[in-house]
Design a protein around this ligand. Structure first.
Ligand SMILES: Nc1ncnc2c1ncn2[C@@H]1O[C@H](COP(=O)(O)OP(=O)(O)OP(=O)(O)O)[C@@H](O)[C@H]1O
Ligand SMILES: [Mg+2]
Length: 600
């Protein structure tokens, strides 16, 4: 009961005043059914007898100045059942629209909040968890609403029948209903078992599903190393568990139903015995009363089933609400009223340090200036903090201490939307969507300038690749499309960022999977942007940053050296050492290559 009220408030929040209209409709259905059924009593008895129900009907007929006739009653029966049917149809339509809109609204709100959430917060969330919320939890919330409504509906119908039995015979009804309540209390244990099993089933299903998805998504690795045997053992263990729980659940549910049915038959037989054998009363009244009790029992069973389903999905409401609350608390402030960045100004990172939520210190008191239209390069060992800097320039990462400025304006006072609109970012992990090459490059732009697209494909050095495809730029890439090589992925990603016409272009290991010839060609093509766009380039292969105006050398989150390329080469510091190391490796590779050739 407490839950029912608690969740009424909850669903009111979701669907607003419409919940009252649903309630009114259900009550109307209940009344139409109640009156329609009651009208069978005079039909059975062929007239009005001396019970409260008959008297009430007679009273209404008198008030309407109508005389009792068999045909008139039949007509009324038809009328009320047609009325009930109409209400039910209307209810189904109204409820359907509400449920559909609810699912649309919840998904939209949720997605909106996900996209608005702070990046660091999202980093902490498992992708599967977010996905599960969108697919399963939201469906469960709507399920909970639907089962909740069923509980309310059956309760109202049940109450109508209880009212009718009371009108027909207060004593007998009270006795039977008391038996019903006692029985319900006795059955509580069975119900608890059923509830527990249904909770178990949903937990086990979650586990089974999670491990199955993981296995399927890592199929390549599993098959290549024959590890699928190990994981399939675990999957099958969960599968068997799930099957067993589902069996237990269905058996307990039918057990509970059968017990109820047997008890109802006992009551009906008892009633017949009491009325006919002991009191020698009119059999039509007892048949009618038995029918009403059957209806009450039916509604009770339905309430029970619906309530059980409601309990199973009710947890989703809590999970979903908690997630929404968390998302609200972690909303990123876009500061739309803030200063619009002037791209003729420099970006300044002053004394920035970054400690990730897991305690990892990625940057330590770093100072960087990215002058407008300059090409600034970040180099350094793996894990030294380069990508962290790139993320900070976009504003998705905020330093734990120190400040980031754009043209003298602190990022906190900057309109982040206006900034990001003009940022092109080839992230270290290449981003390929399950879509056509064209959509991958234009991000589903509806007014694509074909010539511009062509020239960008050229600049990204993928002309040959694209022209070699059957559908050219309409070829679908990604999971369900063409699987392309690492280097091709990177070039498509570069094309996307060039298409964007960004003012600031960040290239984080944008060409790391390419052979040096293709890489060189791309950077040659990019030269035209030099002095036009501000560029932040991160690269391990140092030959790619020869054109940089300024270079920062990182080591373990600190800047250990900075300056122009030639200057750093002359200095014989960290940078020079890196260059020499790479040269040495290249020479070794060439020598090894020529040795193999000679041997061959
Ligand atoms: N989300 C994160 N949570 C915790 N630690 C992180 C996170 N992202 C990066 N780090 C850590 O911060 C340090 C710097 O990472 P970063 O990605 O900036 O390195 P990088 O210089 O780009 O390295 P690479 O050349 O390998 O790409 C690393 O030690 C890394 O493990
Ligand atoms: Mg990196």
């Amino acid at each position: 009961m407490r839950y029912l009220i608690e969740y009424f408030v909850q669903f009111r929040k979701f669907i607003g005043r419409r919940i009252y209209y649903l309630l009114i409709l259900t009550t109307l259905i209940g009344f139409a059914e109640g009156i329609g059924v009651t009208l069978f009593l005079p039909v059975l008895q062929n007239g009005f007898k001396d019970d409260k129900l008959s008297r009430a009907l007679g009273f209404v007929l008198d008030a309407l100045h109508l005389k009792y006739s068999f045909v008139l009653i039949l007509a009324f029966i038809l009328f009320f059942f047609i009325l009930r049917g109409t209400f039910i149809l209307f209810y189904a339509w109204y409820f359907g629209t509400i449920a559909a809109n609810l699912i649309i609204d919840l998904r939209r709100d949720f997605l909106d909040k996900i996209f608005k959430a702070d990046y660091v917060y999202i980093l902490k969330k498992e992708l599967g968890y977010i996905n599960n919320t969108i697919v399963r939890e939201i469906a469960c919330v709507v399920d909970a609403f639907s089962t909740y409504s069923s509980v309310i509906n059956y309760t109202i119908y049940g109450l109508v029948y209880v009212g009718l039995t009371m009108l027909l015979n207060v004593y007998v009804s009270t006795a039977v209903i008391t038996v019903g309540v006692v029985l319900a209390i006795l059955m509580r244990r069975l119900n608890l078992l059923i509830n527990k099993a249904s909770l178990d089933a949903s937990l086990t299903y979650g586990k089974f599903h999670s491990i199955l998805i993981q296995a399927l998504s890592k199929l390549k690795y599993l098959k290549a190393t024959l590890s699928e045997i190990k994981i399939s053992k675990i999957i099958n263990r969960e599968n068997t568990r799930l099957g067993n729980i589902q069996f237990k659940l269905s058996f307990l549910a039918s057990l509970s139903k059968e017990i109820m049915e047997i008890v109802v038959i006992f009551i009906v037989v008892g009633l017949l015995f009491y009325y006919v054998v002991i009191f020698k009363k009119d059999i039509s009244e007892v048949i009618f009363l038995a029918f009403l009790f059957l209806q009450v029992a039916r509604q009770m069973l339905s309430i029970q089933t619906a309530y059980r389903k409601f309990l199973a999905s009710r947890g989703s409401i809590e999970t979903f609400n908690n997630f929404l609350r968390e998302l609200d608390e972690n909303e990123e402030k876009f500061n739309l009223g803030g200063a619009i960045p002037d791209f003729e100004n420099e970006i300044l990172l002053r004394g920035v340090s970054m400690i990730f939520p897991n305690g990892k210190k990625a940057l330590d008191d770093v100072n960087i200036i990215v002058k407008p239209r300059f090409m600034v390069a970040l180099v350094g060992h793996s894990g030294s903090g380069k990508s962290t800097i790139a993320n900070m320039v976009t504003g998705i990462l905020k330093p734990t201490s120190g400040e980031v400025f754009f043209g003298g304006t602190n990022y906190g006072d900057l309109n982040l939307k206006a900034l990001r609109e003009k940022i092109g970012y080839v992230t270290q992990e290449d981003v390929i969507f399950n879509a056509s090459i064209k959509d991958n490059i234009t991000l589903w732009d509806e007014n694509v300038d074909a010539d511009r697209l062509r020239s960008i494909i050229e600049m990204s050095h993928i002309t040959r690749f694209v022209d070699g495809l059957k559908q050219k730029e309409d070829e679908i890439l990604g999971d369900n499309g063409l699987d392309i090589s690492g280097g091709q992925r990177q070039r498509v990603t570069i094309a996307r960022e060039l298409y964007k016409e960004a003012k600031i272009l960040i290239l984080d290991e944008a060409t790391s999977s390419l052979d040096s010839k293709s890489e060189k060609a791309i950077y040659e093509n990019m030269k035209r942007y030099k002095g036009e766009k501000t560029m932040l380039v991160i690269a391990h292969r140092l030959s790619t940053i020869k054109n940089a105006d300024y270079i920062y050398v990182f080591d373990e989150g600190r800047i250990v050296e900075e300056g122009a390329y030639e200057e750093l080469v002359r200095k014989t510091g960290e940078f020079k050492k890196m260059i020499d190391d790479q040269r040495l490796m290249e020479t070794e590779a060439t020598t090894a290559g020529s040795k193999t050739r000679n041997a061959g």
